[in-house]
Design a binder for this molecule. Sequence first.
Ligand code: PGA
Length: 219
Amino acid sequence: MKKFLIVANWKSNMSVQESDLWTEQMVNCKWQIDEKEVVVCPPFHLLPLVYQAINSKKLQMKIGAQNVSPFPKGAYTGEVTAEQLKEFVTYAIIGHSERRKYFHEDPQMLANKVDLALENGITPIFCIQDEHTPIPEKVSIAAYEPTFAIGTGEPDTPQSANGVARAVKERTKVAKVLYGGSVTGENVRSFTEMDAIDGVLVGSASLKPESFAHIVQNA
Ligand code: PGA
C-alpha cells in the first residue's frame, strides 16, 4: 500500500496567533494518519513557532518551507537559505506557479534551489504546471498543479491528473506525484484513488484545521 503525502500550503496567510490556534485545533480534530504523511508549509516567520508547537503537542506532522533561496549563505538580502531551513523543515516546495509568475523564477534558478535543498537534506516538492514542465533530474517528488485549478474551486479531473502523473513517472526519475488545485475533503479521494497519484498539495482548504483534517481523513 502506498503512503500518501498530504501537504498544507499556507501561502502568505496566518499570523502568530492564528497559527497557534491552528495547531491547537489540529490536536482536537479527528484524523487518522495510517498510511499517510502529513506536512504543513507555513510562511518563514512562523517556522520556529510551528516547529515548537508540533513537537510540544506531539502532532504527527512534518514541516516544509514554501520556498528556498537559490543562493548559499551570504549577501542576498531577504533570502532564506536551505542551510538555515534545515533546522526546521523536511520538505521544501519549489517552483510553485505563483513564484514563477510573480517572482520570475526560471528553470536555472529552480535547479539551483533543488540542488541546495538536497545538499542540506531537504526533499524538494517540485511543482509542475503540466506534463511538459521541465523537472530537474534529482527531483523525486513532483506536484502537478494546473494554474486553472489553483484557488478557483475548479479542480482538474482525476483522470486528467492521473494521466499527467503517469506521463511524468514515465519520462523522469520522479517516484511520487501529488495533485494540487482546489482540493477539498469532498474531492480528495477521487484523486488519491488514482493509481499514479500519491497525495495532494492543498492551499485554501488547509487554512481551517477542520477542513484540512477532513482532507487527511478522507484521502
Ligand atoms: P488551492 O491551492 O488548494 O487553494 O487551489 C493549491 C496550491 O496552490 O498549492
